[in-house]
Design a protein around this ligand. Structure first.
Ligand code: SAM
Length: 247
């Protein structure tokens, strides 16, 4: 059997590609890409010539089966999305599930992901967090989810597109109150910007200047009211290691 390699690609800055990802993309029999044109740019920049095939949300079922057959026939397949980790708000998890069910080895090659990148730069507690991806665009589902998040004590990470950022900030403000938050835009790119403050402050700035680019929002959990300093982790990593060793 071949192996399925999950390859993280940059979320903006091409320098963030790992040597290991470059090697695996070069050595794989086939690269399955969310958007082959996007991946071609990466290939030409790094002089990679591996055959490319598309794997996106519209052909997940048929192409997934096809890729599984390739894997079972002994071919190695590398999966990439347009940016970041495949499988995180991007196609990937269905193919991984197919591979796992068929006993195919899955090899993750870690790298950039907007969620963790925004979280660590937010200044908000990062010890415990939840990732919600994109909120449902509208309607009852959106309301229900916002209602659910109200009691969420962990830091919340969300993805949002620029044309919905204002309405999402408004809805978060209304549902959760004026929590501390950070809006990270164009991470790793030339115009990277991380706006930190309360939801209402960030919203006011978005109203002043029309936001562009891709956003990741990080919102404090229910017990971190506006203005409160971020709580230090209960135990230092050293204390945790000592505890593990003692156990
Ligand atoms: N798989 C990707 C990952 O691991 O980060 C996420 C893919 S999802 C379809 C795209 C969303 O991720 C964007 O709408 C935005 O919310 C977020 N995102 C991607 N690149 C970003 C960047 N450079 N800065 C801020 N957010 C980004």
């Amino acid at each position: 059997k071949g192996k399925l390699y999950l390859c993280a690609t940059p979320i903006g800055n091409l320098e963030d590609i790992s040597r290991r990802v470059l090697r695996v993309l070069g050595e794989a029999d086939l690269v399955a890409a969310e958007d082959t044109r996007q991946t071609m740019k990466l290939f030409s920049r790094f002089d990679i010539h591996t055959p490319l095939t598309s794997y996106h949300r519209h052909n997940i079922k048929t192409k997934g089966e096809h890729l599984l057959q390739q894997l079972l026939a002994g071919k190695s397949v590398a999966l990439v999305s347009d940016a970041g980790m495949p499988g995180i708000s991007d196609p990937g998890e269905e193919l991984v599930a197919l591979a796992v069910a068929a006993g195919v080895d899955v090899v993750p090659l870690p790298g950039p992901s907007a969620a963790l990148t925004a979280l660590v730069a937010s200044g908000l507690p990062a010890g415990r967090f939840v990732f919600e991806g994109f909120l449902p665009a509208r309607g009852k589902q959106r309301k229900l989810l916002l209602e659910e998040l109200k009691g969420e004590k962990r830091t919340i990470i969300l993805y949002e597109s620029p044309h919905r950022i204002k309405s999402t900030l408004e809805d978060l403000l209304e549902a959760l109150g004026d929590r501390r938050a950070a809006a990270a835009r164009e991470l790793t790119k030339k115009f990277e910007e991380i706006r930190r403050g309360t939801l209402s402050e960030i919203l006011a700035r978005c109203r002043e200047t029309v936001p562009r680019g891709e956003f990741t929002l990080v919102v404090a959990g229910a017990e971190s009211p506006a203005g409160e300093e971020s709580a230090p982790a209960d135990k230092t990593p050293e204390e945790q290691v000592l505890e593990l060793e003692a156990a």
